[in-house]
Structures are given as structure tokens and as C-alpha cells.
Design a protein around this ligand. Structure first.
Ligand SMILES: [Zn+2]
Length: 66
């Protein structure tokens, strides 16, 4: 059984430049990656970004016949 894991951190948001592959640090909200994207675009004139949202799940082993 697979359920979403709320015991650790929440979803992690990262922005990654599709031109050079540089990426922001992981953040728990979308604001920091958005700011990073704008700053990166201003610095490099790279304008394409992939927004990565990582969330966590946890498997639980269920006892039963095999
Ligand atoms: Zn770039």
C-alpha cells in the first residue's frame, strides 16, 4: 500500500533551466524557485525553465498470504 508521506518535509519545488541545466535550490514553496528563475534569466538570458515538484510517498508492507 502506498500513501503520501506527511512525516517528513512537504513537497519540494525546484526550477531547472532548460538551456544550461542549472537549477535552483530545493524550496518548500514555489516563490524561491520563481525568483531564482527571474534572476537566472536576467543573468544569462536563458528563458526556459522546468518546474520540478517532488513529493514523497511511503510504502507499507501488508501482512497476508503470499
Ligand atoms: Zn541557464
Amino acid at each position: 500500500m502506498l500513501s503520501s508521506d506527511a512525516s517528513g518535509s512537504g513537497p519540494i519545488y525546484v526550477a531547472e533551466c532548460t538551456t544550461c541545466g542549472d537549477a535552483s535550490e530545493g524550496a518548500e514553496d514555489t516563490e524561491a524557485p520563481e525568483i531564482w528563475s527571474l534572476q537566472h534569466a536576467g543573468r544569462t538570458e536563458h528563458t526556459g525553465f522546468r518546474n520540478i515538484d517532488t513529493s514523497f510517498s511511503r510504502a507499507s508492507l501488508v501482512e497476508g498470504p503470499r
